[in-house]
Ligand binder design. Structure first.
Ligand code: ADP
Ligand code: MG
Length: 252
């Protein structure tokens, strides 16, 4: 195994940097020698077959999984045991299944973390939450409970809730996979406007239209490794690996 040199110090241009990252689950290697730099303001789409390590990669970036080897920096902060909470605060995560708290209203879902973690006064947190709910166009649902909203609305609330912590990097793990087809578009549109506003985003998604239109680079993973990092035009018109070719032929 390659030993990783500590070459990546805090750097102004990088939002996320991974160097020689490994993640193992027992004998199984889920991430192998992952090198990836995401620049500030960049949107990358991560795709690849099921089980290729996409979720694991994203989870290592927000510290939900601890990597075993290599280096991860988020916004210049090294992901170490001592820094996990600090690094996590730089990231906002949106999952496939929304993960809203079912017993809380939409507004309460959005004010919880700013009030408890950032010690923001309720009034300020509510004003912020309402502004973000407006931004994702669900402000009229603020007093309802998650179960009263459509899947697309819930996912937009999940995005607003993540934004309330003022993250520097937004991480999306198949945010539209659990949605009915007619709701996919509204969530992708929300993500597109975030990207256009300059948010740094790492999106695991099989929405290749989004990848083509919105991403700066496409990352193709297979068996725990990054096999290709390409601009979308290049990736879609001429994937380098046979594996990527096969993958594209199956999903497009
Ligand atoms: P993807 O998101 O690309 O479908 P994952 O990152 O979820 O893939 O998983 C990559 C591989 O790691 C899979 O083979 C999966 O079974 C394995 N894996 C993921 N999480 C765990 C875990 N907590 N324990 C054991 N194996 C895991
Ligand atoms: Mg996954």
């Amino acid at each position: 195994m390659k030993t990783t040199t500590r070459s990546a110090g805090p750097a102004g241009e990088w939002a996320v940097r991974m160097e020689g990252v490994y993640k193992r689950f027992g004998d199984f290697t889920a991430l192998r020698e992952v090198d990836l730099t995401v620049k500030k303001g960049e949107t990358v789409v991560i795709c690849g077959p099921s089980g290729s390590g996409k979720s694991t990669l994203i989870r290592c970036v927000n510290g939900t999984e601890r990597h075993d080897d290599g280096l991860i920096y988020v916004n210049g902060i090294e992901m170490t045991k001592a820094n996990v909470d600090k690094v996590r605060r730089e990231t906002g995560m949106v999952f496939q299944n929304f993960n809203l708290f079912p017993h809380m209203t939409i507004l309460e879902n959005c004010v919880l973390a700013p009030m408890s973690t950032l010690k923001m006064p309720r009034k300020e947190a509510e004003a912020l939450a309402m502004a973000l709910l407006q931004k994702v166009r669900v402000e009229d649902q603020a007093r309802k409970f998650p179960s009263q909203l459509s899947g697309g609305q819930q996912q937009r609330v999940a995005i607003a809730r993540a934004l309330a912590m003022n993250p520097k990097v937004m991480l999306f793990d198949e945010p539209t996979s659990a949605l009915d087809p007619e709701m996919v578009k509204e969530v992708l549109e929300t993500m597109k406007s975030l990207a256009q506003e300059g948010m740094t985003m790492m999106c695991v998604t099989h929405e290749m239209g989004f990848a083509r239109e919105v991403s700066d680079r496409v990352i193709f993973m297979n068996e725990g490794q990054i096999m290709e990092i390409e601009k979308p035009e290049a990736f879609f018109s001429n994937p380098k690996s046979e594996r990527a070719r096969l993958f594209l032929s199956q999903i497009i």
